[in-house]
Design a protein around this ligand. Structure first.
Ligand code: BJW
Length: 225
């Protein structure tokens, strides 16, 4: 059976109305990433960071999966190829489209994390750092997301899948954040074919075996069918 690893980024959810980071008008043109996506920024101003993620949580709850999420869910459930969906996205749109076993390497917007004991729980719509942890009662609540300088989740599982896959597909990511930006090269070293689907060529486009350019909601369903 063919093994496929699919890495997605913010471009996958762009047509659902969730902002990307580095495109014109993206989140990093409105916010300084040092302030809202680093442990140091959170230590300086937790209310600002919680406000940033509370607003994104509200947007995410209002958003709907698009045709690309639906196509990936269909592919992963089809019982044909063995598909691992790895996403840098913290939204839950792949799950809401019905995709099984999504690997969230940068965490999940809809989860809270206790910085004191490591307990995780379903996030209420609004979180604050003095919310008590449901397990240990410490007032050390943070979003369960991976900030710059922190170690991404599930890297062992992802490394195993990259070493074994026949095809690696990158969808809607600029390829500017490591270690995810290096996954295509890791898969290729182990013999996988590589395909990039993106709105515009990313820095690494020329290094994929094949590139298909256009909106994910258009290109992904056509690739899956
Ligand atoms: C469409 C579209 C449509 C638009 N259809 N497409 C060298 C080696 C290794 C590490 C480093 C290094 N140098 C520096 C580092 C450290 C750092 C890093 O990479 N920095 C870079 C800035 C250089 N990395 C880290 O700190 C990571 N941890 C780490 O490295 O730990 C140590 C380690 C080392 C080695 C191995 C293992 C571990 C942690 C990174 C955490 C990233 N966190 C964020 C925020 C948290 C989550 C959140 O708030 O959402 O994650 S940053 C932000 O960027 C977010 C995203 O997941 C991530 C990637 O962004 P993405 O998805 O690519 O979005 P964009 O906006 O950049 O691109 C969108 C794309 O979509 C564009 O290409 C558009 O064209 C396209 N598009 N519409 C199709 N309709």
């Amino acid at each position: 059976m063919d093994k496929i690893v699919i890495l997605s980024g913010a471009g996958l959810s762009a047509e659902s109305g969730l902002g990307t980071f580095r495109d014109v008008g993206g989140l990093w043109s409105e916010y300084d990433l040092e302030d809202v996506a680093t442990p140091q920024g959170f230590a300086r101003d937790p209310a600002l960071v919680h406000g940033f993620y509370n607003a994104r949580r509200a947007n995410c709850r209002a958003a709907k999966p698009n045709a690309a999420h639906a196509a990936l869910a269909r592919l992963a459930k089809a019982g044909g190829p063995d598909v691992l969906l790895v996403t840098q996205n913290i939204d839950d749109l792949l799950e809401r489209a019905g995709a099984p076993g999504v690997v969230h390497m940068h965490g999940e917007l809809m989860r809270g994390l206790c910085a004191a004991c490591g307990h995780r729980w379903d996030a209420p719509p609004e979180m604050a750092s003095d919310d008590p942890c449901p397990a240990c009662s410490a007032q050390a609540t943070r979003p369960d997301v991976v900030w710059f300088g922190e170690y991404p989740y599930h890297l062992d599982q992802i490394a195993d899948a990259l070493a074994q896959c026949d095809l690696f597909v990158s969808i809607g990511t600029s390829g500017s954040v490591y270690p995810a930006a290096g996954f295509f090269a890791e898969a290729a070293v182990h013999g996988a074919r590589t395909l990039e689907i993106n709105l515009d060529p990313s820095d690494n486009s020329g290094r994929f075996d094949e590139a298909r350019m256009g909106p994910a909601g258009d290109i992904v369903p056509r690739w899956v069918n």
